[in-house]
Design a protein around this ligand. Sequence first.
Ligand code: GLV
Ligand code: MN
Ligand code: MN
Length: 423
Amino acid sequence: MKRTDDFSVTAAVPPINPERLHGRLQALGGIGALEGGGVCRLALTDADRAGRDLVLDWMQQLGLEVRIDAIGNVVGTRAGSEGGAPVMMGSHIDTVRTGGIYDGNLGVIAGLEVLQALDDAGVRTRRPLAVAFFTNEEGARFAPDMMGSLVFQGDLALDQALATRGIDGSTVGEELERIGYAGDAPVGAAANPVHAYVELHIEQGPVLEAEGITIGAVEGVQGISWTEFTVTGTSNHAGTTPIRLRHDAGLVAGCVIRFVRDLALELGGDQVATVGSLELRPNLVNVIPNHALFTVDLRNTDGDRLRESEQRLFAYVRELASAEGVEVSHRSLARFEPVRFHPGMVDRVEHIAHELGHSVRRLPSGAGHDAQILARMCPTGMIFVPSAGGISHNVREFTRPEEIIAGVNVLLRVVLELAQTDD
Ligand code: GLV
Ligand code: MN
Ligand code: MN
């Protein structure tokens, strides 16, 4: 194979192989596949292990130097003609329980395709290149989300992450050991210098498709606040207990669902609010619930507005608990301030998308991403491609093949520039 050590950014950019890329998306999407479409690979389950094994195998076939760290993040590195910190691509391969095949997976598979296209063309970059997949980005089984990247970057202590108990009672540490991905590479930014990080991801929202635009240059990520509430009331007979004498935990949960929708509408702007998980006990038709466990997900691109939504929620829950005569406790599951990506990275994505002849617009991300954590340690950018119908965290998630190819080509060019130039 021909090697061109002095590859210049202006030279022809190696072609990617769409069949190989889509073949890998389908192959990974086949692991944990749900009947009728979509995929379930909750973090650190057997299905996650099988997905990891497949991607690891691809990394090894590419001859990457693979490191697995103590929280199970996997980083495959391709040497550059010079040493130093790599330009990193990546995302996550865990999914929500009813996920699609693109969320996260695309960013990892696209990174591998970029490396393989460079191999095929015999191009070696100055800086090393790396592809990473981070553990438990989704946070659906173990909170917080972005757990692996947080430990990688250093703002979440390894011990605390390993001790995290999930929705099924198991801990991250036990599950990581069980699936064989408790590695020995050190965590924390000092042990993992990264020159720049670029993540290709589906938008997961409706903006690009609605405007007929192919590429999103992501400006940042909105703030995220997750809280779990536990309500303790009194079980009693549904037929005999007068309404005025009830201490109904279920009522509190129901009122909060209504309240957060109204709050989001009142605050307006980017505010969104969701009760996505709710459990009542004893969960029987003729018994007043004595227990409710539910989560509230609040998000806003404006940090002050996000804080206001949290304060209003807590005040409401206190009032409601006292009126109904129930006890309420809460704990924070995840809390992230809004993030703005490096302006030079946003410019670069936008500029390259233009140069490649794609329509492009800047936009914020409504979803959380590992990129928002990597942004704490290096210049970071994200490239979005459209989501059909704005649908994600749903088995019907879909992005058209030509849009995926456009996104991967933008990724390839962005990464080549970052790997070849001094800035
Ligand atoms: C994680 O992907 C989230 O945005 O909930
Ligand atoms: Mn994702
Ligand atoms: Mn997701």
